[in-house]
Design a protein around this ligand. Structure first.
Ligand code: BTN
Length: 245
């Protein structure tokens, strides 16, 4: 495994973007500390230096088109969730909150920020940034519901073996995107791990409209269909709806 370890960096995703030209596929950049860790929706990512995994993985997919890019999100999410499931010895249910947050119960344990580059209609480069809470006990930011591996296992976890296990698992799932059976397996695994995949749950639209709905499906392009209590199917892209937790 080609792992570059940095003491401090602004953001491992930004570092990877700056150096990707000279790095082979599957390179990992991991940082002890990020001074400007980036999250989804333009948020920052909080991680106490030395306590967590903050890293980026460089993928160079050869068979994923632009319209299929959500497959990468699916494979990465499943790889992380499955590793954590093994790490907690199945004592807790690890889930994927659409589109790609990793949850334990109603709490977020890992976040993913994927930045893709296109050539024509093909994804040629994908920088997969992952923040995984491992040994951090307290969180200062307004992140609504964080949890760490230490809360689940009751003891500290060495970071390097966990990093290697997560990366290996992700690469295994990403490799399956090369054929249609593999893609179906990735999609099935993702769907089966979805948080709140059954029953009615509260949501709020980006415009502030609250409603109750059940999850119907996540389409290949990542659009989520929810069926509200009037029986109406409503389709949402990321950012258009929020789970009420
Ligand atoms: C989220 O908001 O849920 C996504 C968080 C992604 C954080 C990781 S930490 C390593 C990598 N570098 C960054 O700047 N962000 C990602």
């Amino acid at each position: 495994m080609n792992i570059i370890e940095l003491d401090e960096v602004t953001s491992t995703n930004s570092y990877m973007a700056d150096h990707a030209g000279s790095l082979p596929a599957d390179t990992v950049v991991v940082a002890h500390s990020q001074t400007a860790g980036r999250g989804q929706r333009g948020n920052s990512w909080e991680a106490e230096p030395g306590k967590n995994l903050t890293f980026s993985l460089l993928l160079r997919p050869t068979s994923v088109t632009a319209v299929e890019q959500f497959l990468i999100s699916r494979a990465v999410s499943v790889g992380i969730a499955q590793t954590l499931q093994q790490f907690t010895r199945g004592s807790e249910e690890v889930c994927i909150k659409w589109p790609n947050d990793i949850y334990v119960g109603a709490q977020k344990i890992a976040g993913i920020l994927i930045e893709n580059s296109l050539m024509g209609n093909m994804i040629t480069r994908s920088i997969v940034g992952i923040g995984l809470n491992v040994n951090q006990l307290q969180f200062r930011s307004d992140a609504p519901n964080p949890v760490s591996v230490i809360h689940l296992r009751g003891q500290e976890t060495p970071l390097r073996p966990l990093l290697e296990q997560v990366v290996e698992s992700i690469l295994g799932w990403v490799a399956r995107l090369d054929n249609s059976e593999g893609r179906e397996a990735v999609t099935r695994a993702y769907d089966s791990m979805l948080w709140r995949r059954e029953g009615l749950h509260p949501y709020i639209t980006a415009d502030g409209e609250p409603f109750q709905a059940e999850l119907i499906e996540i389409a290949p392009d990542g659009i989520m269909t929810l069926r509200d209590t009037d029986g109406k199917d409503r389709r949402f892209a990321f950012k258009e709806v929020h789970f009420v937790i």
